[in-house]
Design a protein around this ligand. Sequence first.
Ligand code: G3H
Ligand code: 13P
Ligand code: ZN
Length: 332
Amino acid sequence: MDKVSYKDIGLVTTTDMFTKAMKGKYAIPAYNFNNMEQLQAIVMGCVESRSHFILQVSSGARKYANQTLLRFLAMGAVGMIKDANSPVKFALHLDHGDTFELCKSCVDTGFSSIMIDGSHHSYDDNVKLTRQVVEYCHANNVVVEGELGQLAGIEDAVSAEKSTYTKPEQVEDFVKKTNVDSLAISIGTSHGAMKFKPEQCTRDARGVLVPPPLRFDILEEIEKRIPGFPIVLHGASSVVPEYVQIINKNGGALKDAVGIPEDQLRKAARSAVCKVNIDSDGRLAMTAMIRKTLAEKPAEFDPRKYLGPARDELIKMIIHKNKEVLGSAGQA
Ligand code: G3H
Ligand code: 13P
Ligand code: ZN
């Protein structure tokens, strides 16, 4: 297969986005996608709210949708934005890359940003693997996100039994030795829709689970050691309670679903956190509308009739996140 550069497709890296986000005290949203409707919603929501964005593809998404088709969908998104005469730009990003070979394959097929997640390895092996990926990526003008510390939560390919917070005393050395462009850290966020066990939470007056607060003290310590360096938050869905309610009211069984409250994400977005990863909330928004539509119209069997409302809800959710939570709206 011929090598394709992201530049020829019309994609950008995250470098300028992060510089502006750091200065402007907001964060760039990183939305995962696996199919056409999710991609349409991400593009339409970000164009409508005039926000640059990062389009994330996990290895699971590549397997599900076919890696070539997924890439061509992303290329189609560039055309959609152009047709809309929008100033919005996006990076095509590999989420949780776990091997050098996978990262290289993405660089060679048009990705502009790569995450190498060596967080489950020993510190030295993480440094070694990350540095190897950085060398290849930088030679191709592609940016790299590394990770230090492990998030809790179970989600297909991404799992870690317990959260291990990032050790601030390691970040300077890691950044220096690997030459990464951004760093994902663990300060109490978690992947998936069940981010915390009920026993880790308190309950508010209505009995709703309230998760433990993020460790902003660790984030501040990290910022002191690598000032101005772009930080990434994974596992940053709010697990929107309204969506969980709609799902459960319409035949779903999401028990004890709990996410990161919006005010904590707003606070993080004003700090050195430049990229905020959101996947689960998009899944919940679509599932809520699909369940609701099919429950209300049991005779419906045209996928457009339930995927359409699901896509509309995802657009609404994305505009809300960009405007009210991350502050990226209007910045493109
Ligand atoms: O952090 C992981 C993302 O939510 C991707 O999840 O591996 O199920 O595609 P996935
Ligand atoms: P959520 O499961 O909280 O959406 O996190 C997604 C993520 O971190 C993708 O890398
Ligand atoms: Zn993640």
